[in-house]
Design a protein around this ligand. Structure first.
Ligand SMILES: C[S@@+](CC[C@H](N)C(=O)[O-])C[C@H]1O[C@@H](n2cnc3c(N)ncnc32)[C@H](O)[C@@H]1O
Length: 203
């Protein structure tokens, strides 16, 4: 991601944090905690996380770790974010063994392969690189041993504006099919959002 786009993402969340009066979901850009959770629910149901290693790209406060840990015995969790303030709180909150947080740009930094690679809300930002999304999907697919799960804003319901970018679900689905045979498009859980699940053939 270009440094100016990273700066925009950082500035957006700084503003959201100032406005949010301690509401963590709003600081992350969600309209409410409910809208964050309904996306998490789709994610936790989309794969078997039992004994899996998980890479959460754009993890915010790392709250997905808590939900996953309440349902599954995950092997490890790595959360990545460019926002140092979010990660500081994440590290204070979740200091369990097997849980780590890395500061950096998920599109560029060196990352190890994990069983399941997730991006919830972190691919919704406008980028000056027209290939940002497709490059990120390709990167996530390369980093996943088994499954990639990500959600995006739906351009049919939510036009792109200022900082946020939305996409056509079928267009994204078609791109994912060029990388992977087993792709699922999930809609209908939230107005203006969709989730893609890509499963690799594990031999
Ligand atoms: C809408 S928030 C969602 C946070 C978390 N995934 C959740 O669902 O609660 C998106 C997060 O992605 C992060 N992000 C966006 N682009 C990023 C990048 N290129 N590298 C690292 N983090 C990024 C933002 O800083 C922000 O914390």
């Amino acid at each position: 991601m270009h440094w100016l786009d990273r700066w925009k993402v950082y500035r957006y969340h700084r503003k959201q944090t100032d406005r949010s009066k301690g509401d963590k979901a709003k600081a992350l850009g969600w309209t409410s905690e409910e809208s964050q959770l309904c996306r998490f629910e789709v994610i936790v149901r989309s794969a078997d996380f039992e004994k899996r290693s998980v890479l959460d790209l754009g993890c915010g406060y790392g709250e997905l770790f808590e939900l996953l840990g309440s349902i599954y015995r995950i092997r490890s969790y790595t959360g990545v974010d460019l926002h140092a303030g979010f990660l500081k709180m994440a590290k204070q909150q979740y200091s369990q063994a097997g849980c780590q947080f890395l500061l950096g740009d998920m599109s560029k930094m060196p990352l190890e392969a994990h069983d399941v690679v997730i991006a919830s809300g972190s691919l919704n930002y406008i980028s000056r690189d027209p290939d940002y999304l497709t490059n990120m999907i390709t990167r996530m697919f390369g980093l996943a041993n088994q499954t990639v799960i990500f959600n995006l804003l739906n351009s049919k319901k939510y036009p792109s504006r200022h900082t946020l970018m939305s996409y056509h679900p079928r267009g994204v689905f078609r791109f994912c099919k060029t990388l992977c045979n087993d792709v699922t498009l999930i809609e209908g859980y939230a107005d203006g959002d969709f989730t893609i699940v890509m499963n690799k053939v594990v031999s």
